[in-house]
Design a protein around this ligand. Structure first.
Ligand SMILES: [Zn+2]
Length: 247
């Protein structure tokens, strides 16, 4: 079981070498999904995970959730068709201040448009918030944090007609204070960048994820989804988990 984190799907353009590791090629992405299918992993949404860990509806034995941070247009152009072909749902976290109605086709730094958000939503992709301006939330006061979380929520509501349930903290930067504000303004939970591949109820507002990079080979998913990965990262992160449990 795991929530996987992707960013870009496609070839890293010239001049963007600094972020090369965030670019997963289209064929590699397809190979990841095919590997998951072949080994019996079932795609789920964060809604499904919520239902599973709150005991409302059991999750498949081998579940995996695919998430994308930032809402780059390549998610719409390249990831969505592959997800559809392979029968996997996904969650895309939008920086709502970057949503635009730019040129179709776009280039590397384009973000999806409101129309594309809607189309993704109708193809079974969950739309979540990645805030309005992608700030480091822990360096803001409560009013500032609330404004980021409320305005991005309202913006997505206006586009899709649904209140977004899920939040992804920019840079994985959060604290129990930020999580509490997210809860107060109505999010059901949030994903973090803490590494791990199990999700429990107390982790609902800092769900761990597994980072997928441009050089992640399909067979490496075997380790990333394993018990060994879980134990290794649970040990590495134990101080963090202890401090969050106390909060
Ligand atoms: Zn981000």
């Amino acid at each position: 079981m795991a929530i996987l984190t992707y960013h870009h799907i496609g070839e890293c353009p010239d001049g963007q070498e600094a972020s090369r590791s965030l670019w997963v090629g289209r064929e590699l992405f397809r190979a990841h999904l095919q590997w998951l299918s072949n080994y019996g992993w079932k795609g789920v949404t964060l809604d499904n995970i919520f239902d599973g860990i709150t005991g409302q509806r059991p999750l498949p034995r081998r579940w995996v959730a695919i998430t994308f941070d930032d809402g780059f247009r390549d998610n719409y152009l390249y990831a969505m068709p592959v997800l559809r072909d392979c029968g996997f749902p996904a969650t895309v976290f939008m920086i709502t201040g970057k949503l635009q109605n730019g040129d179709p086709g776009g280039n590397w730094d384009d973000y999806v448009s409101a129309d594309e958000v809607l189309e993704m939503r109708s193809s079974g992709i969950e739309i979540g918030s990645h805030t309005r301006t992608h700030p480091r939330l822990t360096s803001m006061d409560n009013n500032g944090v609330r404004a980021e979380l409320v305005s991005s929520r309202d913006n997505l509501l206006a586009i899709t007609g649904e209140v977004p349930r899920w939040l992804s903290y920019p840079y994985g930067n959060f604290s129990p204070r930020i999580a509490e504000i997210a809860r107060q303004v109505g999010y059901s939970g949030a994903v973090s960048t803490i590494r791990g591949n199990r999700v429990t109820l107390p982790q609902l507002f800092w769900m761990p994820r597994v980072m997928i990079m441009g050089d992640t080979k399909p067979r490496q998913l075997d380790y990333k989804l394993s018990w060994l990965y879980h134990v290794t990262h649970a040990l590495k992160n134990r101080q963090r988990w202890v401090s969050l449990r106390k909060a």
